[in-house]
Design a protein around this ligand. Structure first.
Ligand SMILES: O=C(O)CCC(=O)C(=O)O
Ligand SMILES: [Fe+2]
Length: 493
């Protein structure tokens, strides 16, 4: 099972607690299993356990469920997280760190944006440091050297209860890192050398280095590579993504001027489109972006009963999400969630009024609606900046012509729960942030009238900090809607 944890993972955590509390023998086995290399997973499972109030166990539950036998336990062990989960957990914590600008020292003390957990151990922290250069962190548009150094120094400053040997190993690691940049003519480097000397380390090179460094004229205070920040449009976009997730208002206007006009009709209204269904129960619309692309909120888009039905059905069936790439549909570091398509007839029936309303609202033909997708993001789960249409560079077919493809025209993302912290949908080109609210949907168009993709519709899901996030995504394809959305010759109409 892959990180991020969803309800199944919560169940697993509950089972773990039950076993550990009730069977001494089992507890030893669990400990053996967990301690060998799965530290970050342990960390996140504890992290979840402590933070997710729903999964906290009362003593009553422990007593009720203490009748475990060992065959149950074997299958439990098989379902234990593996190395992939461990890496996933470490990356989840790093994502929260980067996206929300958290201090590494707070995380070390178990404080994730004010949600308290236990402190990390020395080994767990090193496990995080080892994974900072992972692709998914390296592509977040930050200086990974800076991030690594930030963590190394936090570990060095922390009063971990570790022996001399481990402390020396840490300092050696810090030296090795600075040397690899290379940053060995800096005050930072010298400081570590001095610390190592003060520990009476018998490294021959120590005295040699301190001698050279003392002679060195312009010793840099801080290594320049560590303070370089990536620049360019892509980085501005990723910066906006982070700023929106953090609710900082200072997002940079990148492309907006190129082909949007100021919004004229932002506001709320009841919409019925003269459609019999909507005349009976008009849609509560709130326009967030007037046009090109139009982005709107739909309030009360789905009933509580439909939400319950959808979640109950999907809870045990969602699987690791995939994205469309040149290599086909693959799991991706850019989309950390689990999802499924709803094909079940009964569930479809339950949702038919929901889909009819969407069709009536967009005035699109319901034949163009794709099967509904349900997705769940756990703590640290996110969806990086992306568009919902396929563009040539992302296609697996080298002759792919986006204009000939039946592209996704409209997306309706419906929130199936309130997320306690994080999980907002953001549009980093436009400075728009939508916080998930149970029953509300955000609807946006991805194409221009001529059928080509509008990159201003780029959007993302901020990582979930606390709780988890359930959404239902309804896409409508363009091909059925030529009459409703006739082509124009204007490139940007
Ligand atoms: O989770 C969200 O807020 C956005 C989901 C999304 O963009 C998608 O599934 O394509
Ligand atoms: Fe999307």
């Amino acid at each position: 099972m892959l990180f991020p944890a969803i309800n199944q993972e919560d169940d697993l955590i509950k089972q773990a607690s039950e076993i550990v509390s009730s069977l001494e023998q089992a507890a030893d086995l669990v400990t053996d299993n967990i301690n060998s290399g799965y530290l970050a997973t342990t960390l996140l499972r504890y992290f979840n356990l402590m933070m997710n109030r729903e999964s906290e166990m009362s003593m009553d539950t422990v007593q009720e469920t203490s009748a475990w036998d060992l065959s149950d336990f074997e299958s439990f062990l098989q379902a234990m997280p593996n190395e992939t989960d461990a890496v996933g957990a470490a990356l989840g914590i790093l994502r929260l760190h980067v996206m929300y600008g958290l201090s590494s020292s707070d995380i070390l003390h178990g404080d994730i944006k004010g949600h308290m957990s236990r402190s990390l151990t020395f080994d767990e922290t090193l496990y995080l440091v080892r994974h900072i250069r992972h692709r998914s962190i390296a592509t977040m548009g930050i200086n990974v050297y800076n991030l690594t150094w930030n963590w190394i120094t936090s570990v060095m400053h922390e009063e971990f209860d570790i022996d001399e040997q481990k402390r020396q190993a840490l300092l050696q690691r810090a030296l090795g890192f600075l040397k690899s940049l290379p940053c060995n003519y800096t005050e930072q480097y010298l400081k570590i050398i001095k610390s190592l000397s003060s520990m009476h380390s018998n490294l021959d090179e120590l005295s040699h280095y301190s001698y050279i460094l003392k002679q060195w004229k312009g010793l840099d205070n801080v290594c320049p590579i560590l303070s370089k920040h990536p620049k360019g449009e892509l980085y501005d976009l990723l910066k906006n993504y982070r700023k929106l997730c953090r609710s900082e208002n200072t997002y940079t206007n990148i492309n907006t001027k190129k082909h949007t006009k100021p919004s004229r009709t932002c506001g709320c209204f009841l919409l019925h489109n003269n459609d019999p269904i909507l005349l009976l129960a008009p849609v509560k619309m709130e326009i967030l972006h007037d046009s090109r692309p139009q982005i709107a909120l739909i309030h009360d888009a789905i009933s509580d009963k439909q939400i319950r039905g959808l979640k109950n059905f999907s809870r045990t069936q969602v699987q690791r999400s995939t994205v469309t790439t040149r290599a086909g549909l693959v799991p991706s570091d850019n989309k950390i969630s689990q999802q499924m398509k709803i094909r079940d007839k009964q569930v479809k029936q339950l949702l038919s009024s929901f889909q009819r309303r969407i069709a009536a609202l967009t005035q699109l033909n319901s034949y163009g609606l794709e099967p509904l997708h349900v997705a769940n993001y756990g703590v640290g789960g996110q969806y990086d900046v992306h568009v919902d249409f396929v563009f040539a560079e992302a296609s697996s077919d080298k002759d792919f012509d986006p204009d000939m493809f039946d592209q996704r025209l409209v997306s309706v993302v419906t929130y199936l729960n309130d997320v306690e912290d994080g999980g907002a949908t953001v549009f980093p080109e436009l400075g728009i942030k939508v916080n998930p609210r149970k029953g509300t949907a955000v609807m946006f168009y991805s194409l221009f009238r001529n059928g080509t993709g509008n990159f201003l519709s780029r959007h993302a899901s901020c990582p979930v900090v606390y709780g988890n996030k359930w959404i239902a995504v309804q896409w409508a394809r363009r091909s059925y809607h030529y009459t409703r959305y006739p082509c124009t010759l204007d490139r940007f109409e």
